[in-house]
Design a protein around this ligand. Sequence first.
Ligand SMILES: [Zn+2]
Length: 237
Amino acid sequence: MHNLFISCEHASNLVPEQLRTILEKKVQLLRSHRSYDQGALDAAERIAEATGATLIHGKYTRLAVDLNRSEKNPQRFSRYSRQLDSEVLELLEKKFYIPYRNDIKTSITEIVQKKSSVLHLSIHSFTPVLDGVKRDADIGLLYDPSRIDERLFASRMKTELARIAPELKVRYNYPYRGISDGITTWLRKHFTGDEYAGLEIEFNQRLLGNIPGWNTCLQNFIAALGKVQEIEPGIDT
Ligand SMILES: [Zn+2]
C-alpha cells in the first residue's frame, strides 16, 4: 500500500513583511485566485485528517514566491515581488521557498527509506472562469501519463468518483497538464516511479459557492480515495 502524503502549495494569502508595502492596499487581488487557492487548504486539511496523512502547506501568498514553480522558472516571482531588490528576492527564496520544498523532499525520502512507496496529493483549486472562458470540470486529476502508478491511481479515482458521486465532472490533466512545471514534476526527477506517485488535485472554486455541496464533494473524494488505496498499485483491475 502506498503511504499517503498531502501538500498544499497555494494554501494562504498571508503577505510576508517584505511585501507589505507593495500589497497592503491590494485587497481585491489578495482575495483572488491570483493570490492563493480558495478552499484548497480546507480540502487538504480534511483529507489529511480523514486519512492520517502528513500535510505540509504553504504559509504565504503565491504573489511572494510561488512554491509550485521550479527554481529555474522566473515566473515563481510575481510582478509584485519582482519590484523588490534582488537581495530581498533571495531572502524570500531562503526563508520560504527552499525550506518548503526541502521539507517535502525530506518527508518523502523518509517514507521511501522505509521501503514504502508514496502517493502524494498536491491539493489546489482553480477559478471557474479564466479570461472569459468557463472551465468545464469539478475536479481535475493531474498526473504524468508515462508513470504507470500515477495513471492507475488517476483512473481508479475517476472510476470510484463516478460510482460514488456521478454528479461530479472529473477530468484528467485538466485545467493544466500534470507534466507542467509544478511540485510533482520536480519530485518525479528525484524519485522513481516505484517510489513515488504524485497527483495534483484541482478543485473547481465554483464548488465553494455552495457549502453543503462542497462538504459532500470532499466527503465523496475522501471515500473514493479510501477505496482506491485499498487496491495494490501495479495490479490492473
Ligand atoms: Zn494552485
